[in-house]
Structure formats: C-alpha cells, structure tokens
Design a protein around this ligand. Structure first.
Ligand code: GLN
Length: 213
C-alpha cells in the first residue's frame, strides 16, 4: 500500500497575484423578490446588477431569476424582448439560478397549467404543486453538497419537480420530491433561500458563475 499523502497547506505568498475579481451577477428585476436576492448577494460582498433590459446581460457571469408569479414574469420577459437574450446568455456560458417562479421559467416542461418556458433545465415542474397560499410553510432539508446544518426552507406556493432528466443532480429533497437541483451551470430551488439568513446557496451559485466565466 502506498504512503497516505499528508494534507498540504498553501502559504499565501507576499507578492503573489491578487485574487481574481468576483464574478458579475445579475438579478432579473421585472417582478418578484429580486431585491432580496440582491441583498443576499450583498452579504457575500457582491453588488448585483438589476436586469430589466437585454443590454444589461452584457458582461454578466450569472443571473438569478427570482420567485414571484411565473406567468406574469413570462409575460414581461416576452414584452421586454428578454426571452431570446436569456437563451443566448445561457448558450454563451452564463450561469442561471431560478427560485420558485424562476425555476418554473427555466424548466423543460411546465404543467398545472402548461406554460411556455426557457427549457434550459431538464425538469418537468408542476406549478403550485405543494398547494395554495394557505399551504405555504417553512422547514429544513439536508443537502450533503452544502454540509451542516440543514438548509432552511421557505415554501410559498412552490412548484413540485415531478421529473428530472439524466444530467440533473438532485442536491436536496423536500417531502420526497427534488427541491434543489443542478444541471451543469443551471441551478433551481422550489423554495426561497433569499428569505432566510442562510447564504450558502447564493455562495454556491457565485462559485458556479465564477467557474463558468
Ligand atoms: N406559484 C407561483 C407560480 O406558479 C410561484 C410562487 C413563487 O415564486 N413563490 O409562478
């Protein structure tokens, strides 16, 4: 049996290259809880760009699509001519993270009722799958990718992910259904981390956006 390598530590060397600038992250600001995502990013030292027009996507490494009402957000995306530019942003290597209504907009297939979507994440999703406003709830879900403690979970008329494609990793589940998924540089949660103090999912997304650049 070979020797077990010892853990190595990296000495920060004086005069070595400064750490790279943080990735540039935008938050789609047409409707919904975009301001709270910007606040979560600010807690990580990142000043998010509010995206209302396609031109604002230029130079971004990642974009968050917030929760809100997916049918309204879709209408605004089409009215503001942002639908195709978002697809182009994804094709060009930009990272995307959708929460709740944002996850619905990213999905391959939307049901209950059916609705047009960007189709950049190979999932089928049922709108309002956890019930109506009265069934909105809080909880916590374990996520081995992000470690301890469990992720706090705020669910507001959240969708249920009813199918995931072969390249989709399920990072956390809630009530036996995928609640936090990743396909390459696309992330989605059916819940709202921006309503909690826990910034681990945002930090994870920032890392993915930094790698994508
Ligand atoms: N139920 C909403 C929809 O279908 C999503 C709710 C949310 O984003 N919190 O668009």
């Amino acid at each position: 049996m070979g020797a077990i390598p010892e853990a190595t530590t990296v000495d920060p060397r004086p005069g070595s290259a400064p750490s790279p600038a943080p990735p540039r992250i935008g938050v789609l600001a047409l409707q919904g809880s975009f301001a709270l995502h910007a606040a979560a990013l600010r807690r990580l030292g990142i000043e998010a760009v509010e995206v209302r027009r396609a031109a604002a996507l230029a130079g971004l490494d990642g974009l968050i699509i917030p929760g809100g009402e997916s049918s309204t957000m879709l209408k605004f995306l089409l009215e503001e001519d942002l639908f195709d530019p978002l697809l182009a942003f994804h094709r060009a290597g930009g990272a995307l993270y959708g929460t709740c209504a944002g996850a619905i907009l990213l999905a391959r297939t939307v049901e209950n009722p059916a609705q047009e979507s960007l189709g950049v994440l190979d999932i089928e999703i049922q709108r309002n799958g956890y019930g109506r406003q009265l069934e909105s709830h809080v909880g916590a879900c374990s996520c081995s990718e992000l470690g301890e403690p469990d992720l706090p979970l705020v669910m507001i008329r959240g969708p249920v992910i009813s199918e995931t494609g072969p390249r989709v990793e399920v990072l956390a589940e809630w009530r036996g259904q995928p609640a936090f998924v990743r396909e390459g540089r696309v992330l989605a949660t059916t819940f709202h981390p921006e309503l909690t103090d826990d910034t681990r999912i945002h930090a994870y997304f920032v890392e993915i956006a930094a790698e994508a650049r």
